[in-house]
Design a protein around this ligand. Sequence first.
Ligand code: UD1
Length: 422
Amino acid sequence: MKKMVIRGGRALKGTVRTGGSKNATLPIMAAALLSDEPSTISGIPMVRDIRTMSELFKILGANAYVDSNMLHVQPDSIKNFSAPYDLVKTMRASIYVLGPLLGKYGKAKVSLPGGCAIGLRPIDLHLMAMKKLGAKIEIKHGYVLASAKKLKGARIVFPKASLGATVNAMLAAVLAQGRTILENASKEPEITECINFLKEMGAKIEGAGTGTITIAGVKKLNGVKKYNVISDRIEAATLIAAAVITKGSVTVENVCTGHLELFFDKLREAGAKFEIKGGSVIVKPYKGRLKAVGITTEPYPGFPTDVQAQWMALMTLAQGDTIIKEKIWENRFMHVPELSRMGADIKIDGNTCIVAGVKKLSGASVMASDLRASAALIIAGLAAEGETEIRRIYHLERGYENLEIKLAGLGANIKLENEDSI
Ligand code: UD1
C-alpha cells in the first residue's frame, strides 16, 4: 500500500491543467449503453472509478477500453444484466446502469449499494423513478430486480434533488414510450453534460440546468463518434485551494469557471487574490491570513459537497471562526480528526463544524478516509510545517489523475512511498 509524503511550507508556482470530469464521464458512459453503436468519449481522466465502470461493462458483455485518453464503448454485445455486489460496493455510480438496462432491455439486476463512509447513500429515489416509468421492482438477496415490458413516460416529482436519481431517470426515460417530465431534477453541470451527450445520441430532451427536464421517448439512439467531456470542477477547486493555502502564484488552466461561481465568491470574500481569464484561474499571493468564511453544502448552484473538505482545510488557517454546514451527506466530516492531528481547531456539532482558525499547522501522520478527505489532507499538508504522511491514500486514485505529479510540477515537495508494515 502507498502513502503520500509531503514536506509543507513551499509556495506553489507555475501552470497546471485541470483534467476531464470524472462525475460527468460516469453518467455519459452509462448513456452510451443505450445504443447498439459504439461511442467515443475524449478528454477523460484516467482514474479508478472509470476503470471500475469499464470492468462492469465487461461483466455485462459490453466492451469499454481506453486508448490515449479516449474511452471507447462498444455496447452491442450486452447479454448479462446483472451488476454484482463486489463492483457496486467499490463504486456507487455502478447504479447508473440500472436505467439504461431497464430502458433498453427491459431487465436489470443491480446490487444494493449499501452504506459507505460518507453516509447512507440511499437509492429510494432511483427506484421511485423506475416504478413511475412502469417498472416492476423487487429487492431480493441484496439486489434490485427490475423489469418492464416497455417503460412508459410519466411525471416524476423528486422530493429531493438527486444527481444520481436524475441520471437514472433520464437514462431510463429516453427510450420509453411517450413523454416524461422530471421535476425538482438535479441542476448539476454533470446533468447538463449527460443531456448534451444524450442529445448527440438523438434523444429528445430539454430543460438542462432548470430543475424541470422534459423527455420525449424515441425508439432508437445512435452512437456518438467523439464527445469531449467537460473539465473537472472539483479537481480545479482542489488545485486552486492548494495554490491559495500556500500563497502561491499558480495558473490553473482548463477550468469551467462558470461551474465554480460560489466557490470563487467565497474565495474573494476570504481575501484570496486571483483573476479569471477565459478558462484559466490565475492565483496570486496575498498578505497575512485569509478571513474565515462559512459555507453550506447544497445541490448546485450551492456550494459543492465535494469541495467541503478542501474548504475546511483552507479555513483551518483563516482568521476567525468558520461555520461549515454539510447538507448533502450526514457523515462527511471524517477529515476533522485528521486535520486536528495537524493542529487544526475544529468542533463538530451534528452536521455543522466550527473551525477556529490557527496560525499554523504542523505535519503529522494522518489517515485518508475517502476521496475528497484525501484532497483536504494534501492541501493541509502543503501548508503545514514539517512532514505530513497520509496513509490509505488509495482513496485519492478514485477521482484524481496524478494529483501528486501535478503538485510536484508546481514545486511541492510531495511523493508517493510504500507504506511500512507494522
Ligand atoms: C452527490 C452529490 C454530488 C457528489 C456525490 C459524491 C449533490 C446534489 N450531489 O451525488 O455532487 O459528487 O454526491 O459526493 O450534491 N438521496 C436520497 N435517495 C436517493 C438518492 C439520494 O434520499 O435515492 C439523498 C442523499 O442521501 C443525499 C441527496 O439525496 O442527501 C443527494 O444525493 P445524490 O445527489 O443522489 O447523490 P450522488 O448522486 O451520489
